[in-house]
Ligand binder design. Structure first.
Ligand SMILES: Cc1cc2nc3c(=O)[nH]c(=O)nc-3n(C[C@H](O)[C@H](O)[C@H](O)COP(=O)(O)OP(=O)(O)OC[C@H]3O[C@@H](n4cnc5c(N)ncnc54)[C@H](O)[C@@H]3O)c2cc1C
Length: 621
């Protein structure tokens, strides 16, 4: 029976058959883990997501967050969910047991929490931000700060946020106005307003710890002059108990399109001059430090996108199998023809396959990135560590921006599959669509992610990171070309790959000339193309594995010679149906998406400058 959230068989395929994560368990750091344990944890995560998080999903959306007498209240149902989520140990599952975690590999945790993201993303923002803020303190805090804040945050007693955005400083963080004034005891008096702060105030925990970006008086303008401070809602006494209010006031809670159960707050620091912050790390290192949290949050936004997309897809498939409407196209002229489930209509099948291929490709991309993070941790040489870490850095904007753009389309198609019902709140797909949209905006808009990719990531370590990704794809192509059944489809991947390399080289040359604006102008289509080729590579790699597995099953059953008998096995063996699906997703993606890459690359190389040159007046007249 499907959980209507995730195809768990696909999760297991990516983890074990495609990425071979068992290799991690050979390292001392992860020697306590095994495939059986991962399957068990996955099962536990699924149960928690389906039985605890999911029932509060629509409820949290309807109730939303309440702002009354200066206080914020999270949806009532989130209280029990938060308690159970923390008790189950997911808040800091990847952290070391020394700080209360379970030391789980990131790739394993990613697969487990995918259930939570799919079941109730608005809820996940609370533990997600708490984990990220606690990690900042773990990495950059003093022993005293760790003792004071970190353990209570990892333990879910207190929660955390990230405070960057201000009314005049959104994408341009360097324009922030929040200030920090030195106090004689070494702490700082913080004054300023932060807006759109997720989980900025609520009643799920007794204290909230805010990492806040601010400029120490006299420090230079721009990002170079920014420092980061730990600012609790309530001060913490020497014995660890909660002390007086720290002058962090909530000005407002936003009324939003989606993720309504997640409290998005305006926070006023130091209205009465009594807000005390402690410096985290060194002065003027605020941006560098906050990047640790921002990068992991960007990967979480990728997870959010995957969560919404997989749930929307699973619901759409189920609905398409049940909804009876219209006669089959091949029987249209028959007045006695019976209406069929809409999954039999070619246009619906095409939409579903588009959704399936993107969901599965994004899953492989995100799990692969998680695996790279684990491999960076266990690397024995600096060179190896740099390779895996560099791949994570390169893939971060793609996980964030590509996944969120495509997830919105998946959710939109899910509504189309439901027809008019999809647009109504009786079915969950309209909520997935609304909740999904924010993923392209926060944690650095997708526009900014694309600029990060072409402006920084492509050239980082003299292009070594992007070349490492290209080598992975190239190795796949060489191997897959030998599979007769996939030859024509792999040719599309190869053509797209060659066009992408050519465009990347073209960008590198333009970067040194007056044409440097062209990569900036085309950063968004470039990220989409790179994403398409990477996803195409993962899908095709999966199809190659599926091909091998299918052939082994055919041989065992003695049906190698008969196409009809092979297909008949689909009804007998769930695995045959699954591998057929993997093969179909890759072939569809190759023909529908990869076949267009070469012309899209050529269009960029054409060098059209009209968006830059057009007069502003012409946008309206
Ligand atoms: C629900 C929600 C939750 C949020 N949670 C948090 C949080 O927890 N903490 C936090 O600090 N912030 C949070 N934010 C804020 C979010 O990160 C910002 O909204 C986002 O960074 C964009 O800033 P902005 O809204 O000021 O838009 P702007 O920066 O004004 O951008 C508007 C548009 O212009 C584009 N643009 C801007 N500058 C450039 C440029 N140089 N080149 C090209 N294009 C550009 C952007 O891509 C965007 O499309 C949240 C926002 C929302 C809505």
């Amino acid at each position: 029976m499907s959980n209507l959230l995730i195809n768990t068989r696909d999760q297991q395929f990516v983890l074990f058959e495609q990425l071979g994560i068992e290799k991690l368990f050979e390292y001392e750091k992860f020697a306590d883990f095994s495939k059986e344990m991962v399957l068990m944890m996955q099962n536990e995560a699924e149960k928690l997501a389906v039985n605890v998080l999911l029932p509060a999903y629509a409820d949290g959306d309807k109730e939303g967050c309440t702002f009354k007498d200066g206080k914020v209240y999270a949806p009532a149902s989130f209280h029990e969910v938060f308690k159970k989520y923390v008790e189950a140990g997911w808040l800091c599952a990847t952290e070391s047991p020394d700080v209360g975690g379970q030391g789980l590999p990131i790739v394993v945790t990613t697969a487990c929490v995918e259930f939570m993201f799919a079941a109730n993303y608005a809820f996940i923002t609370y533990p997600g931000l708490t984990h990220g803020a606690a990690r900042l303190i773990e990495q950059y805090g003093t022993e005293e700060q760790k003792k004071k804040y970190m353990y209570n945050m990892y333990g879910g007693k207190w929660t955390g946020t990230m405070c960057l955005t201000e009314p005049g400083a959104g994408s341009d963080v360097g324009a922030l106005k929040t200030s920090a004034k030195r106090l004689p005891d070494g702490t700082f008096s913080i004054t300023g307003t932060k807006i759109f702060i997720s989980c900025g105030d609520h009643d799920l925990a007794e204290n909230i710890v805010h990492p806040v970006l601010a400029r120490i008086e006299g420090d230079p303008p721009g990002t170079a002059g920014i420092s980061i401070f730990v600012v609790p809602k309530y001060r913490v006494k020497d014995d660890g108990t909660i002390g007086e209010f720290n002058d962090v006031r909530t000005g407002n809670v936003e009324h939003k399109m989606g993720i309504k159960g997640s409290a998005t707050c305006t926070l006023n620091f130091g209205d009465e001059g009594k807000c005390i912050g402690e410096l985290l790390g060194k002065e003027r290192q605020g941006m560098r430090i906050m990047f640790l949290m921002m990068n992991s949050s960007r990967l979480q936004v990728g997870m959010q996108s995957l969560g919404h997309a997989t749930a929307a897809y699973e619901h759409a498939v189920q609905y398409a199998k049940e909804r009876i409407q219209g006669v089959p196209v091949w029987d249209m002229k028959n007045p006695d023809a019976k209406a069929v489930p809409i999954i039999q209509h070619p246009d619906i099948r095409r939409k579903l396959l588009w959704m399936k291929s993107h969901v599965e490709g994004i899953r492989a991309l995100i799990y692969f990135t998680g695996l790279c993070m684990d491999l960076a941790k266990v690397s024995t040489t600096e060179q190896e560590r740099e390779k895996w870490h560099g791949l994570v850095e390169l893939l971060t904007p793609i996980c964030k921006a590509y996944s969120s753009e495509k997830a919105q389309l998946v959710c939109s198609y899910a509504i189309d599959v439901y027809g008019g019902y999809g647009y109504c709140s009786d079915y969950p797909v309209e909520q997935y669509f609304r909740d999904c949209k924010i993923a392209s905006i926060y944690e650095g808009t997708n526009g900014i992610q694309c600029l990060d990719l072409v402006g920084r990531k492509l050239g980082q370590r003299k292009g070594a990171d992007v070349m490492n990704m290209f080598s992975e794809i190239n190795a796949s192509i060489s191997k897959l070309k030998r599979i007769e059944d996939l030859k024509r489809h792999v040719a599309y991947l190869e053509e797209a790959y060659n066009a992408l390399i050519d465009l990347t080289m073209h960008f590198a040359q333009l970067g040194k000339s007056a044409g440097f604006l062209m990569p900036i102008l085309n950063a968004t289509p470039y990220l989409e193309i790179l994403g398409d080729v990477i996803i195409g590579h993962f899908l095709m790699q999966a199809a190659g594995i599926a091909d091998e597995k299918l052939n082994a099953i055919y041989m065992e059953r003695g049906v190698e010679e008969s196409k009809g008998k092979k297909r008949a096995l689909i009804h007998e063996y769930p695995d045959v149906a699954f591998y057929y699906g993997k093969n179909a997703a890759a072939r569809f993606f190759a023909v529908d998406i990869l076949s267009t890459v070469k012309s899209r690359c050529e269009a960029i190389k054409f060098g059209e400058r009209v968006p830059i040159e057009m007069a502003e007046e012409s946008f309206t007249y």
